[in-house]
Ligand binder design. Sequence first.
Ligand code: FAD
Length: 260
Amino acid sequence: DRVAHPLRADRSKLYMADLESALHYSLRVEATRASSLSGAQLAAFKCYVATLVKYFPGRPCVQTYLQTLDVWLRNWTEPELPRTVLKEAMKNNRDASHPSVLPTNVTWVGCQGSERHFRGYPCGLWTIFHLLTVQAAQNGPDKELPLEVLSTMRCYVRHFFGCQECAEHFEAMAAKSMDRVASREEAILWLWSHHNEVNARLAGGDTEDPKFPKLQWPPPDLCPQCHKEERGVHAWEEPAVVTFLKAHFSPANIYMDHAE
Ligand code: FAD
């Protein structure tokens, strides 16, 4: 049984199986639904892969996979990229001296829902996005290209995210305030606070897994120091939130349970 019991996963951890499953699904399934990629859609795909190469803290075989795909895409200069050609280029190569492999099985651990139609891929995609904003802040100059990861995500969601309604909501939030983000650290907080906005909107709705109620995250049991009260009203202690997010979305917090 490859599927972890949802209640046994630890909410304070990230699982490589979730990250790789979401990567596999986004690259090989979601982004290749159209018969070919061209124009802004092709640019969005190239941008997504280039950002993953820079900031996704993958296992060596997955890093090699992403690097190989990135080089291949950079060499593709024709205006149109047929899906069949791209799918061929995205196959694994286990024979090479440096294996280039992104597992093709989908196994949810931290993102496992209590029923099949809950959680899974959207949970994995959020996790990748947060991880990328944090890794970009940890590994790049704070004031340079503050929107590098956020705009890559925005393009990905706009062009590929399968839930059309979600993509429209996200684009509306992005259009309202994303361009005011002035540093990589602010980018971490922008994504965190807007994900909480989504959580608040969806709480109690029919897409909510009853075993995983939508919370303002991180809840006090995960991060007591993230919460405070100002004149009797709940408020976030933002510096503590940044510290928490940097530790939560760090390579050291990624566990290999149930990875291939
Ligand atoms: P998710 O919200 O998917 O969160 C995944 C994990 O991230 C959580 O388990 C938690 O560990 C962590 N987390 C939670 N909140 C935060 C936070 N604020 N900051 C950092 N980490 C956090 N569904 C709809 O029905 N309507 C929509 O409009 C919609 N828009 C979406 C837009 C985007 C860009 C994405 C990626 C998904 C969207 N979804 C939408 C799906 C929805 O947000 C959830 O992903 C889905 O319901 C699964 O929820 P979940 O309980 O697994 O937690």
